[in-house]
Design a protein around this ligand. Structure first.
Ligand code: FES
Ligand code: FES
Length: 177
């Protein structure tokens, strides 16, 4: 006797705007936004660290809110506006120069292995848009969900404070066009 098997859930077309561009993917309902970004949409800037919401390496900005894309179902992003590290890096700069936040990270040696950096930068973008002039304590709170095993955080905090004091562009990183 043959056991009845549940059919695979039907895939659904996901449509959203990523870094100002309309994008679509055919996704199964159980897949995370991180998986779809990395495996279907060739946006590998968001990293898979813990896959459990603990490390922040997968951080993206979904409709203006910093989220862990590993804990977000891809279909939750239907119709949304998504910003990823790829958009911050480009951000209307035809010369492909790094964004001031990224430049500040480089100046302060806030990048070592670099695995946490995309998530740190996205958390910084979200922080500075909400609070353009954070105190050191507010910076530390702003990146509390992002783990770095290399730097000891001091250089990262210095880089963020420096970026906050720099050009106004630092507060509009990757904003939807
Ligand atoms: S991979 Fe998403 S929080 Fe760690
Ligand atoms: S630079 Fe290596 S984890 Fe942060």
């Amino acid at each position: 006797m043959t056991a009845l098997q549940n059919p695979a859930p039907a895939k659904v077309v996901l449509s959203l705007t990523i870094n100002g561009e309309p994008r679509q993917a055919l996704v199964a309902p159980h897949r995370s936004l991180l998986e779809v970004l990395r495996e279907d949409l060739e946006l590998t800037g968001a990293k898979r660290g813990c896959d459990a919401g603990d490390c922040g390496a997968c951080s993206v900005i979904l409709d203006g809110r910093l989220v862990a894309s590993c804990l977000t179902l891809a279909l939750e992003a239907e119709g949304a506006t998504l910003r990823t590290i790829e958009g911050v890096a480009l951000d209307d700069r035809p010369d492909a120069a790094l964004h001031p936040i990224q430049q500040s990270f480089a100046r302060h040696a806030a990048v070592q292995c670099g695995f946490c950096t995309p998530g740190m930068v996205m958390a910084t973008v979200a922080l500075l848009e909400e609070n353009p002039h954070p105190t050191e304590q507010e910076v530390r709170q702003g990146i509390a969900g992002n783990l770095c095993r290399c730097t000891g955080y001091s250089q990262i905090v210095e880089a963020i404070l420096d970026a906050a004091n720099a050009a106004p562009a630092a507060q509009t990183a990757g904003a939807p066009r």
